[in-house]
Design a protein around this ligand. Structure first.
Ligand code: MN
Length: 224
């Protein structure tokens, strides 16, 4: 092998190993797509500053553990208790932050596209009495969550749907979660998610959220 080729291979390998493991996923719509319910300034800051910082901090944490760089985000979160102690809190907070925000963007859509199928309405009614009851219970979980956190609709291992809330950036795929399950829908109730438009009115934000839920994705998540 020519010397130059070897150098090129070594250089490529070095470059590749130094590459960020986790990346900010593309936002599936424009910043203003969720107006007027979620404003474009909030979306811009939330995605480019908050979510991007979680990704950067997670990459920095796993950088010194090459074996962890081979794992998926889900694998890291599902094995939190086995993470090296010096990065466990960062994987929990920034890894959770990355997972939660990527998931959150995927279950939102423009108001024009937000439509619940009859099939999903039947499923929600079976689990919560009615769609209105489901929404009321979800909104209550949003206002009851003290401080920062998330509200989730999850499918538990027994197939039942359940509304839960988690503090900070915790989520139901983490090994430490009180309730584990497959996330079907999530709402970010950190102040950074609504303060520019709703200030202290978290309840109004939770109610407005129903106008921009991507119910097709929710249905897909439930059937998985
Ligand atoms: Mn957030």
């Amino acid at each position: 092998m020519k010397r130059l080729t070897i150098i090129t291979i070594l250089w490529s390998a070095a470059l590749f190993s130094g590459m960020a493991q986790f990346t900010l996923p593309r936002l599936p719509y424009g910043y203003g797509a969720l107006e007027p319910y979620i404003d474009s300034s909030t979306m811009y800051i939330h995605y480019n500053h908050h979510h991007a910082a979680y990704v950067a901090n997670l990459n920095k944490a796993v950088d010194k553990y090459p074996e962890l760089k081979k794992k998926s985000l889900e694998e890291l979160l599902a094995n939190l208790s086995e993470m090296p102690l010096d990065i466990r809190a960062t994987v929990r907070n920034s890894g959770g932050g990355h997972y939660n925000h990527a998931f959150f963007w995927s279950v939102l859509c423009s108001p024009a596209e937000s439509k619940m199928s009859d099939k999903l309405a039947v499923i929600l009614s079976k689990n919560f009495g009615s769609v209105d009851n489901f929404k009321a219970e979800f909104e209550k979980a949003a206002t009851d969550r003290f401080g920062s956190g998330w509200v989730w609709l999850v499918k538990e291992p027994n197939g039942r749907l359940r509304i839960i809330s988690t503090p900070n950036q915790d989520n139901p795929v983490m090994s430490i979660a009180e309730v584990k399950g497959i996330p079907a829908l999530a709402l970010d109730v950190w102040e950074h998610a609504y303060y520019l438009k709703y200030q202290s009115k978290r309840a109004a934000y939770a109610k407005a959220f129903w106008n921009v839920v991507n119910w097709k994705e929710v249905e897909k998540n439930i059937s998985e």
